[in-house]
Design a protein around this ligand. Structure first.
Ligand code: C2E
Ligand code: MG
Ligand code: MG
Ligand code: MG
Length: 292
């Protein structure tokens, strides 16, 4: 009967939901264990100057290689860390790793390197004085404050929270720089620009992906770049995958590009190797920068 069918269907969906909740609980458990054992890694993705082809910047990106399931995307596990508060401990480990890696590059005569770190609003809200701890770790590692760039996203900035505002202002006062991540995908983007002194604006991949001459996306990128420059910010385009995208971004005056065209995120040693050899693989014949 229809009633029986309905009951079966309910049993079926409720079974799926239970399995999902169970998988989630297991993942959080694994995450907690891996963070406690400091098993998560940090990779670095080069950020390239579109004028010279040089790499003076990179973004740090956390990596989790699950013992059984293999690599799991931060898109999947960062929200779990935020919901459970694990982000505070993880964030601190990431910071510690980054200052250690950058410290090495700086001692190896790459004092101009700048590395950005993604910071979750939950970290800023945690009441753990994230900024104070960051300053101390940076100082202990002997790296100049301007070496570190803090990336925050517009969507969740909670821009009216006084505690978050205070933390972000402290970051700037200390000489660290701020980047507005994923620009164009949140809601009240322009009001953030008024409130905080961002050094960098990162154009979200969504606008770069379908970039072609004469398109709305091109007009948007072009206008964002002009606006950012007028406000004294430099622009980093995310998700640059093709030479055509790079050409159009250069034409629009974009300062930096980041994406698979140049490099995927790589372990610290690999990036260090490129710095040491002075010959990053994207400069030279057969690369996006044949002539620099
Ligand atoms: P995001 O900060 O916007 O980072 C850029 C993402 O774009 C990275 O994904 C990067 O691997 C990816 N990407 C770079 N170039 C390309 C490209 O050419 N094409 C495509 N399709 N993707 C590209 P990832 O590493 O998976 O990280 C995703 C998001 O997770 C980050 O977005 C950030 O919001 C968050 N996340 C990553 N690492 C951390 C971290 O250490 N702390 C915190 N709080 N969040 C992080
Ligand atoms: Mg980012
Ligand atoms: Mg981004
Ligand atoms: Mg993003």
């Amino acid at each position: 009967t229809a009633k029986e069918q309905g009951r079966n269907r309910y049993a079926y969906f409720s079974h799926i939901m239970q399995e999902r909740a169970q998988a989630r609980r297991q993942l959080i458990k694994d995450l907690r264990a891996c963070i406690a054992a400091e098993r998560l890694k940090v990779h670095y993705q080069p950020i390239i100057c579109l004028e010279t082809g040089q790499m003076r910047k990179a973004e740090s990106l956390v990596r989790w290689n699950h013992p059984q399931k293999g690599p799991i995307s931060p898109v999947e596990f960062i929200p779990l860390c935020e919901e459970t508060g694990l982000i505070v401990e993880l964030g601190e480990q990431i910071f510690k790793t980054v200052v250690r890696d950058v410290g090495r590059w700086i001692r190896d005569n790459h004092a101009e390197m700048q590395v950005s770190i993604n910071v979750s609003p939950v970290q800023l809200l945690s009441g753990h004085e994230v900024s104070e701890r960051c300053f101390r770790m940076a100082r202990n590692a002997g790296i100049p404050d301007r070496t570190l760039v803090i990336e925050v996203t517009e969507g969740m900035l909670l821009d009216n929270n006084p505690f978050v505002i205070q933390q972000l202002r402290q970051i700037v006062d200390h000489g660290m720089e701020l980047a507005l991540d994923d620009f164009g995908t949140g809601y009240s983007s322009l009001s953030y620009l008024k409130k905080f002194n961002f050094h960098f604006l990162k154009i979200d991949r969504a606008f770069v992906m379908h970039l072609a001459a004469g398109t709305t996306d091109y007009a948007l990128c072009d206008a964002i770049i002009t606006m950012a420059h007028k406000l004294g910010m430099q622009v980093i385009a995310e998700g640059v995958e093709t030479e055509e995208q790079m050409r159009l971004l250069r034409e629009a005056g974009c300062d930096f590009g980041q994406g698979l065209l140049f490099s995927r995120p790589v372990p610290a040693d690999e990036l260090g190797g490129w710095l040491a050899s002075g010959a990053p693989p994207w400069i030279g014949p057969g690369t996006p920068f044949p002539d620099v």
